[in-house]
Structures are given as C-alpha cells and as structure tokens.
Write a protein that binds this ligand. Structure first.
Ligand SMILES: *Cc1c(COP(=O)(O)O)cnc(C)c1O
Length: 218
C-alpha cells in the first residue's frame, strides 16, 4: 500500500527544492502502482525492461515511464517506442543502439549518462576518470535521435552521511563540468540522484530529480 503520509512529506520536500519526484515502482504490484496513479502521480520508474513492459501493459497510457536499471542492447527496441527517459546509459555502444532504434521509430529519446561514484564495485556506470574518452567517442557515432539531458548516479550504501554527501557533490561537479564544456543547451538540465535513504542529502546537493521507491510504500 502507498504510505500517504510519507508520500506527502517527500512530495513537499521535492517541491521545496524544485525537484521532480519519480516513483520507483519496481517489485510493487499493479494495484499499488494504480493507487499512486490515482493519487495524482504519473511519473514512474522500473529497473528491468520486462517489468517495465508488463506494468505499462496493465496501466493507463498517460504514465511517463523511466528506465533506471541496466539496459542490454538487445532490449532497447522494446522500450524505445514509449520510454520517456533512460537514466542508465553508460556506454557508447548502448547509445548507438538507442539512436538506431529511435531513428526507426522516428522519434528522439531522452537519455541520462550514468556515472559510478559509489564505493561498491559495479560493472555499471561511467567511471569519472574515463569521461574524456567517453566524450570523444561520442563524437564518432550518430546521435540525431537521442538527446542527452543530464546525468544519473547512486551513492554508496552506507550510514556515513558525509561519504554520501561527498559522492553527490562529485556527481554535481561532473554535471556542471559537462554542461559547461560539452552540453551547453538548456535542456541538459537533469541531475538524477537520491533514493529513499538519501534523497534529502541529494536535494541539498543539487539534485533535480529523485528516484524514490520503498519509502513511498508500507
Ligand atoms: C531501486 C532503485 C531506486 C529506488 O530505491 P529505494 O531505496 O526503493 O528508494 C532508485 N534508483 C535505482 C537505480 C534503483 O534501482
């Protein structure tokens, strides 16, 4: 069930920071998602393509769906026709595939570059020291049908608030650097950071979009 009290509080904190609240519906039943929908929330995120497709099928058409988890190239074609924002782009080959499928679908797909700044090992996310290589490789592919709107990242799973804050500051500085040096358009404007356990810290460090799941439910 939706925790209405928590939802109200999180929503009001996001509004205070002018940030977008994206409700992460992974592992939640269709009924729970519908409950959120009926409370007026229409921006939802899933981390797996299968789950995204399954939920989309059962829920109203005017939902804005985001993908926040790792995306395999062979699954790009299933989501391109409807997805509003892909948060988890971390390779040139993936971007290239998204562009190809978007061209076929005759549309432009909004993407975020995912960065890995947390302490845990992860196969996913661009390593900050590889930014320059990534950017120079970006100029070698067709990008007419994709729009890079900003970046996404996750902080470490730790109780250490200082560590979390440091990582969000690092993401913010990557975002500012990319905006200044490479993506000067106004629509490079999304800094996607903050989840249930750390969204308050993320908002204080300049997040423009939080991805909150478990805290919205009881
Ligand atoms: C699951 C998930 C979230 C939301 O996590 P909660 O702790 O449930 O708020 C946010 N971002 C990503 C990438 C996720 O996989």
């Amino acid at each position: 069930m939706v925790n209405k009290q928590a939802l109200k509080e999180i929503d009001s904190i996001c509004k205070k920071h002018n940030a977008q609240l994206v409700a992460v519906t992974k592992k939640r039943s269709t009924e729970e998602v519908r409950e959120l929908y009926e409370l007026g929330y229409h921006i939802f995120a899933e981390n797996r393509v299968q789950d995204l497709l399954a939920k989309k099928e059962l829920l109203p058409d005017n939902i804005e769906w985001h993908l926040i988890g790792h995306l395999q190239r062979n699954k790009v074609k299933y989501i391109v026709p409807f997805v509003k924002l892909i948060h988890s782009v971390d390779s040139i080959r993936l971007l290239s595939e998204i562009n190809k499928e978007a061209e076929k679908a005759n549309k432009t797909v909004d993407c975020l570059l995912q960065f890995h700044v947390a302490q845990e090992e992860s196969k996913y996310g661009i390593i900050p020291k590889n930014i320059d290589t990534f950017i120079s490789n970006l100029t070698t592919i067709e990008t007419n049908n994709i729009k890079i709107r900003g970046i996404m990242g996750m902080a470490s799973f730790t109780e250490d608030k200082n560590q979390i804050k440091k990582e969000f500051m690092q993401l913010k500085s990557i975002f500012e650097m990319l905006k200044k040096e490479y993506f000067k358009e106004n629509d490079f404007s999304i800094l996607s950071m903050g989840m249930s356990s750390d969204y308050k810290i993320a908002l204080e460090e300049g997040s423009t979009l939080v991805r909150v799941g478990s805290a919205l439910f009881e």
